[in-house]
Structures are given as structure tokens and as C-alpha cells.
Write a new protein. Sequence first.
Length: 403
Amino acid sequence: MSDTAILIIVLSVAGFALLLFIIHIFTHTWVGDAFKILIDGIIFVGELIIQLFIWIYQLLRWIFELFAGLFEWIFDAISDKWHEKERLEEERREEEEMRRIEEEIKLEEERRRRKKQEMKRKKKEKEKKKRQEREMLMELQKANDYPTKTIQKENTMAQSFSEKEDALYEDWYNSYSAEEQKNFCFDGLMFGRNDDRNAEAEKWLKAKRRVLFLMKDTNDNPGDDIRWWPLGNEKNPDGSIKPTHRFYIVLFKWLWALNEVTADHLPVFDKSKDEYVELARKYPMAQVNVKKLSGGAQVNNDEVIDFYNRDKRFVNYQIRELLNPNIIVCGGGSGTLTDIVLQRIYGDKHFEQINTWCFYCAESDLLVIDSYHPSARVCNEDKFDEMIANVQQVYKLKESFNH
């Protein structure tokens, strides 16, 4: 046993003895009674301590119950708040779902309404298109039935091509004012090349291929008659032949190639300008301008259409009835001239597009070529070789149909 332990025991015994002596002095009792009093005091203090712990326990229990109740109230409040939030969220979702359903119903109704409107619109467009087609056919019929009393009177006396053409131009020329007549330019069958109108007309009517070059207007030729131009025959004062204008060299090359091309033969452009002038001379050709009043270097496409609408009964008669070509070359106009031919002059005919150049009507054996303007600045391969190669495709198709 250590010295510290012995010291503690000694001090404890001494303290206990001192406590008994103090009790004996103050209570005048014997030691045994003092010991009894000490024990009772210890028991009393112990009971107080026990009672104190009971009170502390009850206090802690009360505090626990208080906090438990408080926590339960807070939990219930939070739970109620949470449930309320969930209920409100559910209501919000239900409202959104209802709005979505309503929106879908509205969209469906809108789709149906638009569909009905689209059907009505298409029906109106279809009716309008049919009405326009009927009107166009009526206009074409009027145009085809154009010959006025003047022409009919001439036709009863003679059925010559020249007389019909003269009668047509008499009406056409007189349809313009005196001021406009100064700019009126005559066109049609180009008989000035051979200087024999009737012979050229006979050649045209008997030709297997009647090629008509359709242009927008003439460039600065007011009051002129291009039919009489001595293309390839015009002479200088010294008697030499003037060079043919580049515009007509192109037309002559086209004219020659269009008469020579077949399903088995593709012409090659390897000749001189003078040779083309002579080679083309044996083939008749017609040049027609939609706008008969002479213009400048350029003319607006809308203006050309306006002139066609003004003169369509004359234009239609000149091309469909009088000249009656089976090949029409539309020279430029960015498709305007081609549209006038396909949709207006021959609007009652069905054309099959063979390629980017050619449109063919089997019913009338009519070939329409959407070409460049003769003066267009494009390479020769595009202006000549490609054009004739595409035309050859038409003849190959015709040959396959015939077989």
C-alpha cells in the first residue's frame, strides 16, 4: 500500500472521529448516540439528494415532454405545410394539364380551321385556274378565229400567203396611232434574202422544217420592214457584198443546223461565216418580234408581255395560222418568250419538256427551243453545240416512238 493511501485512510478516520466529537460536544450525547445521529443525518441528506434527483428527473421529464410536444407541433406544422405544398403543386399540375389539354384542343381546332381554309383556298384556286383556262381557251379561240372582215374578204378572192400577210398587217398597223405607226416594224417570213416574196413563201409552205425565230423587239429600226432585208446580199457602193451582221450569222448557223440535225446525224460547226450564209439560203426562215414597235438595245420583259397582251390576237394569228412553224426558237428573254409560246400562244396544247432546252408537242409535232439571244455573250459550245445536241435528243425520242 502506498503512503498516499495510508494518509487518506488516516485522515478519513481522524475526520470521522472529529465529527463524532463535535456532535458529542453540541448534543451532550454519548458516542453511540452521536454515531446514530450521524447516520440519521447521512440518511436524511441521502433522502434529500434522492428527492432532489427525483425533482430533477421530473423537471427533465417535463422539459422533455415540453420539447417533445413542441417538436411534435413543429413537425405537424411542417408536415401540414408540406402536404399543403404538395396539394397546391398537385393542383398546379392539374391546372397545367388542363391548360395543356385546352391548348391542344385549340390547336386541333385551329388545324382543322386552317385545313378547311386551305381546302377552300385550293378549291378557289382550282376553280380560278379552270376559269382562267376557259378564258384562255376562249381567248385563244378568238385569236385563232382572228381574221377580220378585211382578211376574210381577201381570202375569198385568193388564198395566197402574201395576201393573208398583207391583210393581217393592214389591221395590225391601223390598230396603232399615227405617232406609234412611225415606230411600227414589219416582220415575218424573211424573203429579202432571195428577193422573191412568192418564191420564198412557196418554199416555206413546202418545207419539211419551218423554223421561226421569236424575238422581243427590233433594235432601233422604226418604220422598217425586216422581211425585205437583203441578208447576205447587201452590197457596198463599189459592188462588193457587205459583211452580214453577227446577229444574223448566229441565226443562219442555227437555221442550217436545225434543218440538218437528225437522230443519226449531229452537225458540226466548222465552217466560215460566208459558208453559213450560203448554206442557210436554201432553207426558209421567219423572224417574228412580239413587240412590233421598234425599241433600243434592251427591252423590259414586262413590257414585252404587255405588248403581247395588247396584240395577242394578231401575234397568235401570225404565228399559229399564217406562218404555222414546227420549230420555234425563243431567243432570250430569260424564259419570257418561251412562256409566251407555251402558256399563251399554244396554251391549249400539251408540251413535254425533253431537256433544259426543248419542249415538244407530239399532237402538233411542234418543237419549242428555249435558247440564248443571238447576241448573248456566251461561248460557242453553249450557243451552238449544246443547243443542237439537245435538239438531237428530241429526234431520237421521236424515232424511238415511231419504232
